[in-house]
Design a binder for this molecule. Structure first.
Ligand SMILES: NC(=O)c1ccc[n+]([C@@H]2O[C@H](COP(=O)([O-])OP(=O)(O)OC[C@H]3O[C@@H](n4cnc5c(N)ncnc54)[C@H](O)[C@@H]3O)[C@@H](O)[C@H]2O)c1
Length: 277
């Protein structure tokens, strides 16, 4: 069957759950072979120590067994696609390089990179911002996307074909009360996206960003209920988006049909960024 992404190889970061996992499954449904990567892997003997180091959301997800990195590859294989899971910390350039080398050897090419890995659990006003989490957010959300793009670039350049999709956020375009570190990284992602789009055009590499509003992932479900309700009330639809809303947009941007779209920040935000009253 000739699907839109048949013959393509995609790699998704931060795909143990949530949007990354939904993206990986959607890209596979659209025909791609998909590499599922995350710093958290369900059968890793160091899982607990890693999640303690990562922060509160990682700890809750580990305790409640909501890590599906390897099981997502099984689901992808059941769709008839090739897949592999790798532990990959996006902040560790050496680890990123070695995973991409391995993928190139095993799968023959790297066409699509989804820079999804992110931290969403640092909320505090400026006077209470935690310096360690400020640094962590910059390293994971911003430097992580830079690292993976830089390592993917030569492979895509050699193929004269590539698609990079970065995850921004409305916190990056609108700002976020108590989200200084997070919103700074997401605004930075948009700058990275546009600069790489300009540089990638001559190699037929497109670079775009998705700007999600609030999407019903496991991480969203454990945010403060009052805050959740206030955010939902700001959307035009009066409901959060589904992970598939993001994944559908990503599958399109990764396709041949989106070949003339680059440097775009596409809001998939249910109108949260509109003047609603
Ligand atoms: N859910 C939303 O409402 C929403 C809104 C706007 C933007 N986003 C963005 O979408 C992306 C996914 O969000 P989500 O809701 O699925 O969150 P999530 O916390 O469920 O997923 C983030 C994933 O990144 C992984 N990760 C964290 N640090 C990593 C590292 N150093 N290396 C590799 N992987 C690492 C985590 O283990 C996790 O699997 C994030 O970039 C987030 O900022 C989400």
């Amino acid at each position: 069957m000739n699907l839109p992404l048949s013959g393509k190889v995609a790699l998704v970061t931060g795909a143990s759950r949530g949007l990354g996992r939904a993206d990986a499954l959607k890209l596979a449904e659209a025909g791609a072979d998909v590499i599922v990567t995350d710093i958290l892997i369900e059968d890793d003997e160091n899982l607990e120590t890693t999640s303690e180091r990562l922060g509160p959301v990682a700890q809750i997800m580990t305790q409640t067994k909501q890590i599906f990195t390897k099981s997502t590859t099984d689901q992808i294989r059941s769709l008839g696609r090739n897949s592999a899971a790798f532990r990959m910390d996006v902040t560790n350039r050496t680890e990123v390089e070695s995973v991409f080398r391995e993928v190139k050897e095993q799968f023959g090419r790297i066409d699509i990179l989804i820079n999804n890995a992110g931290t969403l659990d640092h909320t505090a006003r400026l006077e209470d911002q935690n310096d360690e989490y400020w640094e962590r957010d910059l390293r994971v959300n911003l430097t992580g996307a830079y690292n993976c793009s830089k390592v993917a670039w030569p492979y895509m350049k050699e193929q004269q074909w590539g698609r990079i999709v970065n995850m921004a956020s409305v916190a990056g375009t609108l700002g976020g009360y108590g989200q200084a570190s997070y919103s700074t990284t997401k605004a930075g992602i948009l700058g990275l996206t546009k600069s790489l789009a300009l540089e990638g055009a001559k190699y037929n590499i497109t670079v775009n960003a998705i700007i999600p509003g609030i999407i019903k992932t496991e991480a969203f479900e454990i945010t403060n209920p009052g805050m959740r309700e206030r955010m939902i009330a700001r959307t035009a639809f009066k409901r959060p988006g589904e992970p598939s809303d993001i994944a559908n947009a990503i599958a399109f941007l990764a396709s041949e049909q989106a070949g003339y779209i680059t440097g775009v920040g596409l809001p998939v935000a249910g109108g949260i960024d509109l003047f609603t009253f």
